[in-house]
Structure formats: structure tokens, C-alpha cells
Design a protein around this ligand. Sequence first.
Ligand code: HEC
Length: 123
Amino acid sequence: MQALLAINRLETAALRVSLWNGMDQMKKQWLMVAAAAAVFSVNVAAADGKAVYEKACKTCHEIGLAGAPVNQDKEQWAPRLQKGMDALVASVNNGLNAMPSKGACFDCSDEDFKAAIEYMVGK
Ligand code: HEC
């Protein structure tokens, strides 16, 4: 029984290798690109401040709705930045006056908020 199982596994492995070798170059390249893209998109989701901003913060921070500091306006952001990044992330999590808790982005992480703030304050 054990031996049969082992042979079975060997055959499966051999089949995989021969499948890979039997693939034409195009298919292999496509698979590589697909694998690379999968890894890449995870990285983007983790820390793309601009993407978080556009998805969750833009509605208010683009035009300064209800006194929101305006995107890329360094003067408006300067006094806020003096509180420190941790305090700003906490403000988003807790909400602040007209800003709803978590900026209404409930699947956003602290990292997402931090990235979005870094994007909004301008370079
Ligand atoms: C519904 C409108 C709205 C949305 C959506 C919103 N904000 Fe705000 N935000 C505000 C307003 C209004 C203020 C100013 C609050 C005040 O100081 O009275 C503010 C202030 C802030 C501040 C300064 C906090 C402080 O302590 O001074 C940060 C940082 C911030 N927002 C980040 C974000 C981020 C990041 C997002 C997106 C995830 C977001 N906001 C989404 C309305 C919004």
C-alpha cells in the first residue's frame, strides 16, 4: 500500500514536470507574468496611498468639504502634521467632527490611512 502510494506520488510529480516541459514558450511566459502580477497587486493593495485616497477620502478632502484639510494643500496640512502621524491615524479611526469614524472606510487598515495621509499632505 505504502509503496503504491509512493509510486502514485512519483507519477504525479513526473506528470507535472512533463506538463511544464510540454508547454510552449508562450504559455510559460504567460504563467510567469500571471504569477508576478499576483504578487505585485498584493503589494499595491498594502500601501498605495493615492488609491486609498481616491477610494475613501477624496469625496471630502478634494474640495475641503465641512472644513476637511484639502488634498495636496501643504499650508492646511502643516498644523495637522504637528500632531504627529500616530495622532492623525487615531483621528481617522475615531472620527473627528464632520469626519466619520475610519473616514467611512471600514476595510482600511492603519497602514492604509497612513499611506493616504502621506499622499494628501503633498510632497
Ligand atoms: C465625510 C467626509 C470625510 C471623509 C470621507 C474623510 N474625511 Fe478626513 N476629515 C474630514 C473633515 C471634515 C476633517 C476636519 C475635521 C476637523 O478638524 O474638524 C478631516 C480631517 C482629517 C485629518 C486631520 C485629523 C486631525 O487630527 O487633525 C486627517 C488625517 C484625515 N481627515 C484623514 C482622512 C483619511 C485618510 C480619509 C480616508 C480614509 C478621510 N480623512 C476621509 C472629512 C472627511
